[in-house]
Unconditional design. Structure first.
Length: 405
């Protein structure tokens, strides 16, 4: 299945999913991305455009908006029959198995700063990236998210690691003012050295991980590897410690004892960590929101009835918002560039649509003045009319500015 950084399933992709991957066409032109539609008294406008698969967003203490970009690295087309693995299914192998792989490496990951007028300035570029097998969408990974410690900028990199064709690891990076980066914490090494709940024989297993989020809280950084549920804390010296196994924590309160839901979104609020799940392709991307205590000992489900959650944010009134990248009943999966939406999660768990008609959105953050900013067209925004020929990025990524009432 398609793999926007983390959109994967527990089992090898079926022939039916391969068929939809071949059929999805997102053509360029003046009508793409489709215009977002605001509801419930909200307004929405394009704040910036021309981005390369925008992902995580963060504001600096001085109020400047930064965006992580996955880049433009293109994967290759590897149809069935699958090539035999060259390495055994171990935790330490340097290979992503078909159909997700083989991974094609590049150096197109980027971090940008967005000015008040929507102008883009490159902060750091040339960072490790890769493209997945175009059979399942060829989605890209480069820089996954950004965060600040004081005025110092940091980023999480899921585009590196030997399983993605790179000597440089997946890591939390310290970003210097001159655009140079250095490793604060080697996340590839952590995953390869510590067991977790994911089976290395699973068809979507990536030894270096597909890190997607980064939060600065309680004097440290926090991140969760989506497909393995490993929630970690990274201190100022780069020491990595596990806070919780999200698979096990969610399974402990799930009637079916199932904790494998892909932990895509992360935010801290009032001393709790909130997790949004992407869900799975074999379950129509049904998703929930959970909250976990600071020490990782207590978990509660906050909301359900969502689909493909990729971002969470709280506004100044303490209201929770969830960004959905797909909807129920989309067939083929992830084929509808109008199915994304931003919803408010009410106190009783009901969902109020705020913005609909979003095209494959990937992140949301709250601004200092009460607005919400959304990364839109963060994956799948390619011209696929010549599939499986080269799929050049349309550079159609946007940042949307949403004012809620």
């Amino acid at each position: 299945m398609s793999k926007i950084a983390l959109l994967k399933t527990n089992s090898v992709v079926s022939g039916a999913v391969m068929a939809w991957a071949l059929s999805v066409v997102v053509a360029g032109g003046q009508g793409f991305p489709p215009p977002p539609v605001a509801h419930d008294g909200a307004t929405v406008a394009i704040y910036a455009n021309g981005l390369d698969d925008p992902r995580g967003l963060a504001f600096s203490p001085s109020g400047q908006l930064y965006v992580a970009e996955a880049g433009t690295t293109e994967g290759i087309f590897v149809p069935p029959p699958p090539p035999p693995p060259t390495e055994p299914p171990t935790q330490t192998r340097c290979e992503v198995y078909w159909p997700v792989g083989p991974a094609t490496p590049g150096f197109t990951g980027r971090i940008s700063r967005i000015g008040p007028d929507g102008s883009r300035t490159t902060v750091a570029d040339g960072l490790p990236s890769f493209g997945a097998n175009t059979l399942i969408g060829g989605d890209r990974m480069g820089v996954g998210a950004v965060a600040f410690r004081g005025e110092r900028l940091f980023a999480i990199l899921p585009g590196g690691g030997c399983s993605h064709g790179h000597a440089d690891p997946n890591a939390i990076l310290r970003v210097r003012e001159n655009g140079f980066t250095e490793v604060l914490a080697d996340l590839s090494d952590y995953l390869r050295s510590n067991p977790d709940s994911k089976n290395p024989a699973d068809g979507d297993y990536e030894p270096d991980g597909t890190w997607y989020n980064l939060v600065s809280a309680f004097g440290a950084f926090y991140a969760v590897e989506p497909n393995r549920g490993v929630f970690v804390r990274v201190d100022h010296l780069g020491n990595v410690t596990r806070v919780a196994d999200m698979f096990a924590m969610v399974a402990s309160i799930d009637p079916a004892g199932d904790g494998d839901h892909t932990y895509s979104a992360l935010v801290e609020h009032n001393g709790w960590f909130y997790f949004g799940t992407l869900g799975r392709i074999d379950a129509d991307f049904a998703a929930s929101i959970y909250r976990l205590s600071k020490d990782g000992s207590v978990i509660e489900r906050v909301a359900s009835g969502l689909h493909g959650v990729t971002g969470l944010a709280f506004d100044r009134q303490g209201r929770l918002y969830a960004l959905e990248t797909t909807a129920a009943g989309v067939a083929p999966p992830l084929s509808d560039p109008t199915a994304g939406r931003l919803v408010r999660v009410e106190h009783d768990g009901t969902l109020t649509p705020i913005v609909t008609n979003l095209a494959f959105p990937t992140a949301v953050v709250s601004g200092d003045n009460g607005e919400l900013f959304v990364s839109n067209c963060g994956y799948h925004c390619d011209d696929r009319s010549q599939f499986p020929a080269a799929l050049p990025s349309l550079r159609a990524g946007q940042i949307l500015k949403v004012n809620t009432r």
